[in-house]
Ligand binder design. Sequence first.
Ligand SMILES: [Zn+2]
Length: 112
Amino acid sequence: MGLNPRNKSHRPEGPCHLCGVHTRLSFEHVPPEAAFNRYPIVRATREQILSPDEFSGEGGIVEPRGSGAYTLCERCNSFTGGCYGAEYASWARQGFERIHRMRTSVNGDADP
Ligand SMILES: [Zn+2]
């Protein structure tokens, strides 16, 4: 049985990085989950970052929920997600679509 980060009893406690209240912390996706950050990633260790030519992706730390950390209380995480998450996700989708159009255009696929 693996760790279920959505289960509140498994969440770490500590001071919220925004409001400072000591409580159970929620997982803050950075970038937001809706901005292509809902799939597992492999995070390089500090040593691997310092030697990028030697890092193949193996031996890194698997983050099953995507990039992020337990940094905010649920209230602050919801607040910041509501204020900034949707706009960031919209911007990321626009960038993704733009890059996709450029790549299909370069590859000879006509794109109106
Ligand atoms: Zn907070």
